[in-house]
Design a protein around this ligand. Sequence first.
Ligand code: ZN
Length: 331
Amino acid sequence: MARTTPPRPVDVSVEFPELAGSARTAVRLHPVPGAPTVHDSSVGGPLLWPADEEWPVFESPGLPFMPVTTLADIRELRTLLTLPEPTPAQRLAVTRLMDGYDAEDITSSGPMPLIPVAQLYARDVPGLPFPEGTDVLQVLWLPLPDIEGCWPAVQLRWRAAAEVRQVLAEPPEPAYVELDDHVPQPCLLQPEEILEFPPLHLLGEELQQRITAWSKRASLEYQWELSVAPGWKAGGWPAEFTFRDPAEPDDELCCGECGGPVEALLTVGGGERGSGGGSWTAVELRELVEADPGAYPLAYEPTRIQIGRGYVLQFYYCLADPRHLPRTIMQ
Ligand SMILES: [Zn+2]
């Protein structure tokens, strides 16, 4: 089940010695469909949550106009869609589940419980900024269409696993879900440490131009093949693409709670193959898809999370206090 990233096609720190000091270790999470327990690092899996601690909720901004669905229906729909030969009744069920409901028909209102996005134990992802005494990071959000910002719809918990005596057996679930693309399919992880270099947009203009000219000559895109790994990952550099223009002073990345600087924490969504020539594709995944073309594209996107039109959600944490609300940006 292990996942192995092939060696980079070239060593950019040899081509551009000024990059040598800016290499960062990241952990590719390599999600694999499975049935994680609270004791596993996971995506979308159950969290090691104390029975006597309040579950995080968010006051939804009001009933949505678009049809909604539920977690139970999303689970059923995903199961039905994997059937090789659905019966007529199952096909009808698929249509019904895809249509969803009017939010008005769902009576429950009030604060909406968040859902688990990821749980990372320090033993699997040692490089994260665990506050002293903690060894597990939990990430939760409400699956709203827009999950960018720095607000309590997206939350982090850093905790000490040994302090959790009794685990919350049945976490509350939101009465409805606005966007199934933001509901992760439970996955186990195959963490793998790799080395990353700064994304092109964070380099100075002169170096950007030299790297771009070299990329053309070498027929190797620094941005897609050599800098930042695709897919779910922890630590390292932020995702290799951005809509933001850092030249704008108002556009500075900062913590929404204290205004202090932030740094890359977690990259969510995005396919395991990545863009460009696919040089980041793990050896085992490439073999799996070659042996069974039917495994494509789910093998590359096992979490079912889709951020916008194929982007990722980059989480940033506050350097002053990682317990502050994270900042999330689609990039
Ligand atoms: Zn802060």
